[in-house]
Every structure is written in C-alpha cells, then in structure tokens.
Write a protein of this length. Structure first.
Length: 253
C-alpha cells in the first residue's frame, strides 16, 4: 500500500468511528447527500440492476452495496477502510442479506478478482484514487458489455480549480490527497471505454448553497432546486456543465 493509500485508510477509519475525528462532518455530508436530487438520480439508475454480479468500490459504509444486495444482486464491496468494511458486513447481517453481500478490505488501485462482474459502481470515491490505475482495474473487472457507473465531484474549468484552491469551502470531510475530476480525467475515462455518457449536476446546489440552506432552515428546497438544476444543465443550458460540481458517469465495455 502506497503512502497516499495509507493516509486515506487512516483518515476514513477515524471518520467512520462514532468517536473518531471528522465523524460529525461525515454524518453532516451524508445527511445532505441523502436529501439531494443527485441521490435520486443515482438511485434511479441503481434500481435497474437486479440479478447481477456487482462490484462496488470505495463505498465506505456501503449503503449503495446494501441497497443493491436487497434488490437480488450479488455484491462484492471493496473499501480501503477496515472499519467501513466491518460496518458494511454488519449492516448486511442486520438486514438479513449477508448471503448477497461480502465486504472486503482492499486498495481499489490494486484489486484483482478471478470472476468478472456485470456492473462496477463507485459513488464519490474515484477522486480519492489514482484514476488511471483504478480505471484500468475497473475495466479488467467487467465482463464484455458490462457497465461502470460512478458519481464524482468535477471541476472542468482551470480558473475555478484555482479559486477552489485559494478559497476552499469544505463543510464535508476532506482528505489531503483528494481532488475534483478535471476535463482531462473525464477524457481518460472516455479513452478506456467505447461508450461513455455524462450527466452534470449541482451547479445551483453546490456545497456552499447547501450549507446556506441548512443554516437558514430552508434545506427542504434542496431536492426541488436540484431537480431544476439537473434539467437546466443537461437539457436547456448545457454550457452550465462547466460550473457544475458533480457528474454521473456511465461507461460501457
């Protein structure tokens, strides 16, 4: 395990422990993720999978993997945090779906499986990894015709990345090594798969706006605002993708 992976493991082990550092930030970010339209859009895609062999990567306490296992999929959940993987297995046991889900501790950049998967899912984790290495592993893990589904933070404009560096706003957990996917990163994914689709989100519902809505007690607006945002960016004013902060990525092998 390289130094960056070691730092990530230590950080997230602390974040997932109830008494650990950054646990409160983790809980806050999860609550806002769960109340966002981006969650609805991603879950709509997940619900289409049934009876599939699915690999989830970097899912932390893997509620995505658990949801997929409940929908009659056979799921292998990989995460670098042993605390997260232990909690995922316990959650599956409590819900009576442990036969459909196995969580293992592994560096996603080095993962290797004898079996191939119909689907690989990654939710907000690629930006913590060496993208070239993990995309190669993802491609190797898929059957022919398999699908890779991810949701990731993006920043497509270099001036915006400079602004984010100078004026950071991070109410959510932030590790020293993570970043936002750039246009070059998305091009790398496109080069690895014959077909790739992108949907952009959270231009009007970026984290600073979420935080302001929460502070003013108007966070109930987050989901309808996100729904409007999604339509605006992907149907009507597509250049706004350059100001979006997240993307759903669908790649087909």
């Amino acid at each position: 395990m390289n130094d960056r992976a070691t730092r990530e493991k230590q950080y997230w082990n602390e974040a997932y422990r109830a008494e650990g550092l950054n646990h409160e930030k983790y809980v806050w970010s999860q609550s806002f993720t769960n109340s966002s339209y981006s969650e609805d859009a991603f879950n709509d895609l997940l619900r289409k999978f049934s009876g599939q062999k699915i690999l989830t990567i970097g899912g932390g306490v893997d509620t995505v993997g658990v949801s997929l296992a409940k929908n009659n999929n056979r799921v292998v959940s990989v995460d670098i945090s042993d605390v997260a993987s232990g909690q995922t297995n316990e959650l599956a046991r409590q819900m009576g779906i442990e036969k459909n889900l196995c969580a293992v501790v592994m560096d996603c950049e080095e993962m290797s499986f004898e079996e191939k998967f119909d689907v690989v899912v990654c939710k907000r984790a690629l930006h913590h990894m060496n993208l070239a290495k993990v995309i190669e592993r993802v491609h190797q893990s898929l059957v022919e015709g398999g699908r890779f589904l991810a949701e990731e933070p993006v920043c497509l404009l270099k001036p915006m990345r400079w602004i984010h560096g100078k004026l950071p706003f991070h109410p959510s957990p932030l590790t020293d090594d993570e970043g936002e996917l750039s246009g070059e990163d998305l091009a790398l994914i496109e080069s690895a798969f014959p077909e790739v689709k992108f949907h952009y989100m959270e231009c009007l519902t970026r984290e600073s706006i979420k935080y302001c809505l929460w502070k003013t007690g108007t966070d109930g607006l987050l989901r309808p605002l996100g729904r409007f945002d999604f339509s605006l960016v992907n149907k009507y004013l597509t250049p706004l993708k350059y100001l979006s902060t997240y993307a759903i990525i669908q790649a087909f092998k």
